[in-house]
Design a protein around this ligand. Sequence first.
Ligand code: SF4
Length: 305
Amino acid sequence: MAIEDKCSLCNEPAVIRGSENGTRLCGSHLVLDLEGRVQKNIAEHCMVSSGDHIALALSGGKDSTALLLFLHHLQPAWHGVKITAITVDEGISGYREETVMAAKNLTEHLGVSHHIHSFSDYFGDDLDTLLKGHEQRACTICGVLRRRVLTEAARKIGATKLATGHNRDDEAQSVLMNVLRGDLARLVQDSSSGSPGSFLPRIKPLLTITEREVVTYLFVRNYCTDLPECPYTVSALRLEIREMLEELESWCPGARDALIRSRDGMRRYASSLARSGALQVCRECGEPCSGEICQVCKILASLRH
Ligand code: SF4
């Protein structure tokens, strides 16, 4: 952004230009704008209630760091709401050590309770070992196993909600990925409304915040750290999807939002059908799932063969 660009609300230099309405914001106004939008997301979707214990998935990366900063800022206005950060150490050599340390430093700095759980404790081996010969499926395997660790860790501390740092770009990418995979079940699965004895409700307070806004927010607040990239990222379909969406958005502005709206519409329809269905549990581990065997047990079985 050129130096002569001024904030639309004051005379300070702008640090970001809104992609939709062209509003330019300086650092202070960006922080206020984002804090207000996160608060609005939480209120509109009833994400937080009095007395909630929020388990916050803190990888140490940019999205979860921003999420913790936002929720920590909003916490004093909530009645009896507790936040505990949970970091999952998958065991990815040359990568996870630094992000786990970043998470530890941040929680110590903010005075937030922090628990670290490893894949080795839950599945007997770290991700590097589990993935031998299955590297192409790294992110699918890692994602499914990480979700299980997070859910169990959150349950152990008596959490009532699990907060994740998914931003608007992540959400749009997930929609397109599920469409391209033909995975209708995952496309319409809504984890925001668990039921007693079932899935722990998940909340995504950053759901309308873009990746660019998250990065700029961290930069303005001096929390931008240079962390290594996961070595398995190269095999991630998500990267290709991200580039496709960036191109799509450049000639079809609003494409990401349209994808998310379409997904939300399908979810509403699917949830009205699902309300009549009984809860199923995995016959291997007893966890709630949408078929006979849950994703975690399927993945662990495939890794053993
Ligand atoms: Fe796991 Fe893939 Fe993320 Fe690496 S890039 S931490 S393998 S989901």
